[in-house]
Design a protein around this ligand. Sequence first.
Ligand SMILES: [Zn+2]
Length: 550
Amino acid sequence: MKRQGAQQERLSQSKPSGSHVQSSGVATQVVQCHEPPARVVRLVHEGSLDPTGQTAPPSPGVSGLRCLIQRSLLRLQQQYGNRYVQRTLTGRRAWPESRKPDVAHIGAPTWWQQQSRRTVIQRVLGPPYPFQGIITTRWNAALRAAANRTSRIIADLPRNTRVTAIANSGGWLQVQTTINGVVETGFVSHELVGNAPAAGVAPALAAGGRQEVTAFGAYNVYPDAHRGALQPNELFEAEFRRLRTAWTRVNDNSGGMLIHGAAPDVAEMRAMLGRGMARSQTFRNLIMEITEDAGHPVTINVGRNNAYWVDEFATNKVDLNDTAVFDENPRAGNAWASTQGELIIHWLTERRHGATQGGGFAPAHAAPLAAGGAQEQYRADIGQAGRVVSQERHGPAGGLHAGAYTDNAGNILRIRRDGSGGNPVPYEIRYEPAGGGAVTTRHNRIVAEVRSTSPSRERLKLKITSPAHDVPSPAVDVSAGRPLNFTTPLGGLVPAGANLFVNLYKEGVWILPELLLGITRWAHPFERHTDTISIGGVSYTIAVRLQMDP
Ligand SMILES: [Zn+2]
């Protein structure tokens, strides 16, 4: 039986009576149960402590049955989806705060036994290695060269550092993490590593804490004197106050961040910043850094179709329409693709760099993209692997071109755009996984509707034309209350130039196959447009807009 690490030493005070083995790559833990038999809801073999039964078969050499009590199981299921147990599940009153088990991690041969009449689970379980973990210690956790307390320290990992746990050895987890762009492998005492929760989700509230649900995230807040490890979206009181001040400054332009624009756009920008803060410590850190430094203000001139693409370094513009093209959350099936938050952290870091370092666009642009940079950190915060290594335009600015966002695995998010009319309009988004995986596309579609005031039915048809193409709709019987609806991909009309023309025809008039009732001009960048044509006492209202596939 190995005894390694601070947690192990503390635990040894309580005279564990279980036994354990380490099976290959799977969490094992002995749980002694002295609960009355009536409260025991499940007996499990060591090595298969996961109540979902998804972990490995019993470890060789261990035959003892262990128990889960009802309350433990319920909390497991409700809060962690059967994935792991956190903190003490029962017996809270009996354990003084100082001896309460910390958040410890799966894979560690840890047990906790109360000396008196009950002994319960400390915590257990989890998926096989590797799993995504996070440093939960109050200060730093030492990343060591070997699984013991005297080995060389490779680095100090601050709280909330993401690690990939790949194995365990005694009371130590073998982890990988990226430090300044270099992947380092070493050992961290197991109790300093928690499961990385879903982005933005505060874990279960422990005693002494309170919940704060704010526009900049949901947090568990603990007194500064609180003992015990914290997870993402858990903060000490002083940290929470600092964050709240930062948010106030975001909202009243009273610090180092100045947001200008039309009121609804400013409100939307602030809401997006709040969502970024809610998800990511990296994002929160950047917001605090900027807002606390009024001497180096970062300006955000927010609008719609105001920047050529997403943002402009020289003018501090940010284009909400372009930003909205990106996924708000990692997309199922293509979870690697950059999200809105990553774009925001890109240009925020870029502007912060420009404000504090000078040197112009190129070094500022490179900073967030660098290995270990803000984008990679943000991606890790929200559970995305890898990093984006390039964000660049392929093709001429004034014509058909694509913005390509390529990550270090070779996945490409390609946004095809039509710049022939000026500010580019995206017409197709392609998710191109590395290694020739199936490409997923989203189209920007023209959605057209024609309403008529005619009491009788007329057979109407639309034709949408660009300088190079035209797309006719089917002919439809239209009358008051029976509109014509037509949808076609914008991509079928590009290059669309400065204008699209929407032609309305009526069929079966006298000897004519079709009669042109009128034309409405839809100008670049093809925002929502409505026009009414009146002929012979009948009004035809044509409404067109673009709609990106979800
Ligand atoms: Zn940039």
